[in-house]
Design a protein around this ligand. Structure first.
Ligand code: HEM
Length: 140
């Protein structure tokens, strides 16, 4: 990611976080499940905690985008938990599409092609890191 892209992701995430997490979570998972009904059964019926966990994790990642190496272990551990949840590499594209869509809806007039490209690059970086870590054995 370029410095400019990191700045854009940080700025727009700050704006986006002004929205109620329950609303963001609801939008994201409604979109994810509408586009990919088979994914729904992977998640618990009560999703409220999940909204908060996802948003907190993204906040921590976005906050350290310029020093992602400090998060490598955390991201790898998360990726390995995802393998246990039944998540496969192909699922990452589906979640990425739902995330981009949710950001676009939430940001409204603050969404544009540069912001889109910055988030696409950011998500690709994150999901590739997770996918690579998924195929490695868990740290002991
Ligand atoms: C960059 C991408 C992702 C991030 C940052 C993320 C983040 C999280 C976080 C923070 C949790 C809470 C539990 C934990 O930390 O282990 C979680 C749980 C979970 N995630 Fe993800 N996730 C991502 C991608 C995906 C994808 C692609 C799928 C599959 C479609 C998925 C499915 C799940 C499931 C099934 C759970 C467990 C729910 C439960 O049983 O409580 N995640 N995710």
């Amino acid at each position: 990611m370029t410095k400019e892209q990191i700045k854009l992701v940080k700025q727009t995430w700050r704006l986006f976080r002004g929205i109620d997490p329950a609303l963001i979570g609801d939008l994201f998972y409604t979109k994810l499940f509408a586009d990919n009904p088979s994914v729904k059964k992977m998640f618990p019926p009560d999703m409220e905690q999940q909204y908060i966990k996802l948003i907190d994790m993204l906040t921590s990642i976005v906050g350290r985008l310029d020093q992602l190496d400090t998060l490598t272990d955390e991201i790898a551990a998360m990726a390995q938990r995802h393998v246990q949840y039944g998540v496969r590499p192909a699922h990452y594209k589906l979640a990425g599409n739902a995330l981009l869509w949710t950001l676009e809806k939430g940001l409204g007039k603050d969404w544009n092609s540069e912001v889109k490209e910055a988030w696409q690059t950011c998500y690709t970086l994150l999901s590739n890191t997770m996918i690579n870590a998924s195929s490695q054995s868990p740290a002991t």
